[in-house]
Design a protein around this ligand. Structure first.
Ligand code: NAD
Length: 247
């Protein structure tokens, strides 16, 4: 991929991180200094924290659920939805974000590798009850529902620290097929997403990063376009889908 457009043979893999939603008003973890009520996010977003204090973990996610219901997609989300419409099956979108802003902007096929804030699931790993839509804010232990099938507490449908992200087989397959990789607003610190660009480069994909700061995995990018996603992506996408020729 260059700013002069994609060729008809190109397959584009897009990875978005918290930065793509920053201009919609959802802070990145670093934007929150990684802290919530004095706790490090890594202390709250774990299976161990849920086992010890499920109400504390639910309070963290309940605050986020309420916040997420008030935000709107920004021009970066709309630009990425335009890429999907233009490229169809040659486009793959993987997000680290748990918000629904890509869907709200019109993206139809979004892989949420870290889960979705507006879904819950049974906390028993052996239970087969599928995740379900849930916008409820739970504050006390008594309010937390139990699984109707096995009786375990219901938890947020989120990939916590120490857990394996969702859909990794599909993601790795798509990385192997991609000729072009665009990463937007991801610090390059959180694994395994931070290694995607290295894997793609091994397959000779061309790699571009968009964000205000250089990511930690900068050495694996062919190009780093420094700026805010909402300001950079509409023009970048215009150039990609039109070969830079359209007005
Ligand atoms: P991060 O907080 O580690 O890094 C965010 C990156 O976004 C930084 O590199 C920063 O420079 C960049 N950024 C900030 N403003 C930007 C802008 N306007 N345009 C483009 N880039 C911008 O985030 P991460 O690497 O995604 O990892 C943190 C994890 O926390 C995520 O994987 C996700 O699961 C979770 N998270 C999700 C949300 C959400 O769903 N909106 C928000 C915060 C954290």
């Amino acid at each position: 991929m260059t700013l002069n457009g994609l060729s008809p043979d190109d397959r584009l893999f897009v990875l978005t991180g918290a930065g793509v939603s920053a201009e919609s008003g959802l802070p990145t973890f670093r934007g929150m200094n990684g802290l919530w009520r004095g706790y490090r996010v890594e202390e709250v977003a774990t299976p161990e924290a849920f086992a010890a204090e499920p109400e504390l973990v639910w309070q963290f996610y309940s605050e986020r659920r309420q916040r997420h219901q008030t935000v709107e997609p920004n021009p970066a989300h709309f630009a990425i939805a335009r890429l999907e419409r233009a490229l169809g099956g040659r486009f793959f979108l993987c997000t680290q974000n748990v918000d629904s802003l890509h869907e709200q902007a019109g993206s139809r096929r979004v892989v949420h590798m870290h889960g979705r804030i507006m879904q819950s699931r049974c906390s028993n790993p052996g239970c087969t009850t599928p995740p379900f839509d849930d916008a409820t804010a739970y504050r006390t232990r008594e309010e937390i529902p139990r699984c109707r099938r096995c009786g375990a507490l219901v938890r947020p449908h989120i990939c916590w620290f120490g857990e394996v992200p969702f859909e990794m087989e599909l993601i790795i397959h798509q990385l192997g097929e991609a000729t072009q990789v665009l990463v937007v607003g991801s610090s390059g610190v959180v694994e395994p997403a931070a290694s995607f660009v290295r894997l793609a480069r091994r397959n000779r994909a061309h790699t571009i990063y968009v964000g205000p700061e250089e990511p930690a995995n900068r050495t694996f990018f062919d190009e780093v376009l420094q700026g805010k996603a909402g300001e950079m992506l509409p023009q970048l996408v215009q150039d990609l889908v039109s070969g830079g020729n359209d007005p």
